[in-house]
Design a protein around this ligand. Structure first.
Ligand code: PXL
Length: 279
């Protein structure tokens, strides 16, 4: 029998608020994949709460990762999310260079901003650094803000056409990723567009219902279901479809039960479904 698949999650660990590793590890585990956490920071709640405790883990990451090097661990996938500093990007690059093998895929969620605005930590220097990381990605999951930033375009004042989205993805893809999904584009009052680009193929679209306000951690749920599905052998389109539909279901539950939007997605309710039918 083959050993279980294994994914390295380089991301923060946040206690309350359902984001990053706290979301990604249980999701990939439900998909029968071993999750290996590599913390970039430890927070009590995520940064959308009015208060939070934040422990930057940068200075300890090298020693932490060294044991994996010494043990000669192997990973089938590497997924990265929010990175807080230039040094962290360098640590991630070093990790990928050491652990990426022929069949290892790298998913980079370039958590940089939303709604046309970059997060406060995203200095021009950090943007440049994120562009350096792009070349290591096989899969990227930017939102529209992150996509335009990575290809040096202004945030559009109206919905870009599919052709424009394709051109921007093409440009990003030339720097590295074979598969890109531009997530969460508000298409109209009722629908959210997810734009899928696969290198040298026609684009594809996955629409989902627009339900309530944007919720923190949605990107982490989507990235982890994509990573898990892709690792389990589904193609990119199927993986994105599963991920966006799963997130949509969780959001519907949150709306029905009046869960505040900054509490994240109640993915626990449907977690078991992710393992159904998997061998
Ligand atoms: O993916 C969202 C996220 C992850 N990690 C931290 C955050 C957020 C969103 O605000 O604050 C620490």
């Amino acid at each position: 029998m083959q050993r279980q698949k294994r994914i390295a999650l380089i991301n923060d660990i946040t206690g309350f608020g359902r984001c990053s590793i706290a979301v990604m590890a249980p999701i990939v585990s439900a998909m029968k994949i071993q999750a290996v956490s590599i913390p970039t920071a430890i927070l009590s709640t995520h940064t959308q709460f009015p208060i939070y405790y934040f422990d930057d883990y940068t200075s300890r990451m090298k020693d932490y990762i060294q044991t994996y090097k010494d043990l000669d661990l192997e990973f089938d996938a590497i997924a990265t999310g929010f990175l807080g500093s230039k040094e962290q990007v360098d640590i991630v690059i070093d990790f990928i260079e050491r652990f990426k093998q022929k069949n290892t895929f790298v998913l980079i969620d370039p958590v940089m901003g939303d709604h046309g605005k970059l997060y406060a930590t995203y200095t021009p220097e950090m943007c440049l650094k994120m562009k350096e990381l792009v070349q290591y990605a096989d899969i990227m999951t930017p939102n529209l803000t992150e996509l335009v930033t990575l290809v040096d375009k202004p945030y559009p004042t109206k919905l870009p056409s599919f052709e424009e989205l394709k051109e921007m993805c093409e440009e990003l893809s030339m720097k590295g990723p074979k598969h890109i999904v531009v997530t969460g584009i508000p298409f109209n009052e009722k629908q959210i567009l997810n734009f899928i680009y696969n290198k040298d193929e026609d684009y594809q679209i996955v629409m989902v219902d627009r339900i309530g306000k944007d919720r923190c951690g949605t990107g982490d749920v989507i990235a982890s279901v994509i990573a898990g599905s892709y690792l389990n052998g589904f193609d990119f389109y199927e993986s994105v479809k599963k991920a966006t539909q799963f997130a949509s279901k969780c959001i519907t539950y949150c709306e029905k039960t009046y869960v505040p939007h900054y509490f994240g997605l109640c993915f626990e309710e449907y977690l078991y479904e992710l393992g159904e039918g998997l061998k």
